[in-house]
Design a protein. Structure first.
Length: 278
């Protein structure tokens, strides 16, 4: 049995919360017509991402009005939805992604763990839990957000924990297209899992998002790939492909964890410190 997933690269012109929700609703309707069982949307898809202090104004609890509205869309369109929003919890605000199923029930919730530059650090607290998993369509799924996937340790931790399909909402901007075109396929190959990497597009305040959302198989090949503008991709993920790929590409089985050490070596300023915006 394959899993049909739609990746919504949009909206190209992010606006008020209700405008963004309307765009997600339209994408969910199109995804359902395409036979998808789940729609994945970008990082901070409901609120907008590079919106300054508006992030704090639009932050709300995980079960707040945004959740209620997305749950209604999921029920109406009969499709699960993964969406990004700013979550307020106590005194903290997190860059969060939540998954609701086709009946509108919450299935998984993740808070971005690796914060990129002042764009994230000025508004968000880092999430405390790396491994968030749930089962969907016969696959063990995991959640990461944007910058998280650029750390091989994060993806490998998921592979070690049994994740077969990694869902990654993102807000990747120029000039970092190499992340979408080269790094994400490499992560899928080296950790032998499916990755759906769903980016924003268009311009928002100081950022120009580069699009290039993709569904990538465990052999590192593109199953589907978007261009630079608003687009809905629909792809089939075949769980049997995972077993076939892992039988040939035996990196996980051939590892030598007895030789590895968990040591962090500072190597100078991070890319976030070198680049003022992302």
């Amino acid at each position: 049995m394959t899993v049909t997933v739609s990746l919504y690269q949009g909206p190209e012109h992010s606006g008020e919360v209700e405008v963004n929700l309307a765009a997600i609703d339209a994408a969910a309707a199109e995804a359902a017509r395409a036979g998808a069982s789940i729609l994945v949307t970008p990082e901070m898809s409901v609120s907008g991402y590079d919106i300054g202090e508006l992030v704090l104004e639009r932050a709300e609890p995980a079960d707040g009005p945004i959740f209620q509205r997305v749950a209604e869309i999921a029920r109406t369109r009969s499709v699960a939805i993964a969406y990004g929003y700013p979550e307020r919890s106590g005194e903290s605000v997190f860059n969060a992604v939540q998954v609701v199923d086709a009946s509108g029930r919450p299935r998984a919730h993740y808070r971005k763990t690796h914060l990129f530059g002042e764009l994230d650090r000025a508004h968000f607290a880092p999430g405390p839990d790396l491994l968030v998993q749930f089962d969907f369509g016969g696959l063990r799924c995991g959640l990461l957000t944007c910058y998280d996937v650029e750390f091989p340790e994060a993806v490998r931790a998921h592979a070690d924990a049994g994740t077969q399909w990694l869902i990654v909402p993102t807000g990747l901007m120029t000039p970092f297209e190499i992340i979408a075109t080269h790094l994400v396929p490499t992560r899928a190959y080296e950790s032998q899992l499916f990755i759906t990497y769903v980016n924003r597009c268009g311009t928002e305040t100081s950022l120009t998002y580069c699009g290039r959302s993709c569904a990538v198989g465990p052999s590192g090949h593109d199953i589907a790939r978007a261009g630079a503008h608003e687009e809905l991709l629909t792809a089939e993920l075949d769980p049997s492909e995972l077993a076939r790929s892992r039988a040939v590409n035996t990196h996980l089985a051939d590892r030598r964890p007895d030789l590895y050490r968990t040591v962090v070596h500072p190597t100078g300023p991070s890319r976030a410190e070198q680049e003022t915006d992302r």
